[in-house]
Design a protein around this ligand. Structure first.
Ligand code: X2X
Length: 338
């Protein structure tokens, strides 16, 4: 029998019909460049749906040269683990929430200052404008590349297994899970709660085992991660607007050929814009769905929360921590805060 090189064999198989006579499925050519992307959300979340579309588009537009492999739902570890992996190049892409990347780039939490944004118009103007640019520049200083368009997590709401929260006074002593985020801890302490920082991978179990009684997240997350199964009440507080920065390891990113970078950049940013639209549409229906699953909703009194935060020195403290420049950009977008 003549010797067949592996390349020739693959060539033969690739030109054969999908199910060849010898019964082997078509073997696709392996991509030259394989890039791993890890995230903390279940597959059904728009972030994963649109990221997969971006990955497919990249594969097509590079004629199969570049493959982005997605590892959703904390498959590669929790938020803190993935943040170190994207720093050391173990993975190329990660989408940390602004709250979480702030453990590394403190100013990135600026969009999460309590009760800063009134609505999405203010959010996108700021994040697609000077405030977002300021944060991306800070991210680049730790050798990470941040894509221009921040993806939407949403306005965060509080859920509890015990009594409902209507005003700031019900926050006293509340055992509430918050992300691994100095700003979230500080804010819930200022509200007299007992916040516990946990990675998202641990939230469902921590509610189930009653390590905590409450948590706070945008409604699409409460829906997709089934957190409603462990909670009774949802307080519509809109206390933080949160987004996901799509980031890349700086070395890997800079080492990619220019044409590949351009294709990936456009695919990711376009997908991000579509993901924002998905969340917008979801926001119109998600409450009714969660109500049908047994979660009861109530309004809150935002002024009581703001007053409590002001009294506790929260705004003054974070103005000092973020610095005058960043704070000025935030206030430029939302008006005076402290
Ligand atoms: O961990 C959370 O609560 C989540 C999913 O919103 C973030 O990634 C910050």
């Amino acid at each position: 029998m003549t010797k067949v090189t592996r390349r020739a064999l693959l060539g033969t198989l690739a030109s054969a019909p999908a199910l060849s006579v010898i019964g082997m499925p078509l073997i696709a050519r392996a991509a030259e460049i394989e890039l791993k992307y890890g995230n903390n959300l279940p597959l059904g979340h728009p972030l994963n749906v649109r990221a997969q579309e971006a990955a497919d588009r990249v594969k097509t537009q590079t004629n199969g040269r570049v493959e982005i492999k997605i590892f959703p739902n904390n498959q590669l570890g929790g938020d803190t683990d993935m943040l170190s992996q994207v720093r050391n190049g173990g993975i190329t892409f990660f989408t940390p929430s602004a709250l979480v990347i702030a453990t590394l780039v403190p100013v990135a939490a600026i969009n999460a200052v309590g009760f800063a944004f009134a609505d999405y118009d203010q959010v996108w103007k700021a994040m697609d404008g000077a405030l977002g640019a300021h944060v991306r520049a800070a991210i680049s200083k730790v050798n990470l590349f941040a894509f221009e368009k921040v993806w939407d997590n949403g306005f965060r709401q509080m859920t509890t297994s015990g009594r409902p929260i209507e005003s700031a006074k019900e926050m006293a002593g509340l055992k509430i899970r918050v992300p691994v985020s100095p700003l979230s801890l500080s804010m819930f302490k200022a509200l007299d709660s007992a916040p516990v920082s946990l990675q998202f991978s641990e939230v469902y179990t921590s509610l189930q085992t009653k390590v905590v009684d409450a948590q706070e997240n945008p409604l699409p997350i409460i829906q997709v991660a089934k957190l409603y199964e462990m909670q009774k009440h949802c307080a519509v507080s809109n206390h933080i607007w949160d987004g996901f920065w799509f980031i890349a390891n700086g070395r890997t990113w800079n080492g990619l050929p220019a044409d590949v970078k351009k294709i990936v950049n456009e695919a990711i940013n376009d997908a991000g814009m579509q993901q924002r639209e998905d969340i917008k549409k979801l926001n119109a229906t998600v409450r009714t769905d969660l109500e049908s699953k047994g979660l009861s909703f109530n309004k809150t009194n935002p002024d009581s929360f703001r007053a409590k935060l002001r009294e506790a020195g929260f705004y003054k403290d974070w103005k000092d921590r973020f610095g005058a420049e960043a704070w000025g950009l935030l206030e430029g977008a939302v008006g005076a805060l402290a």
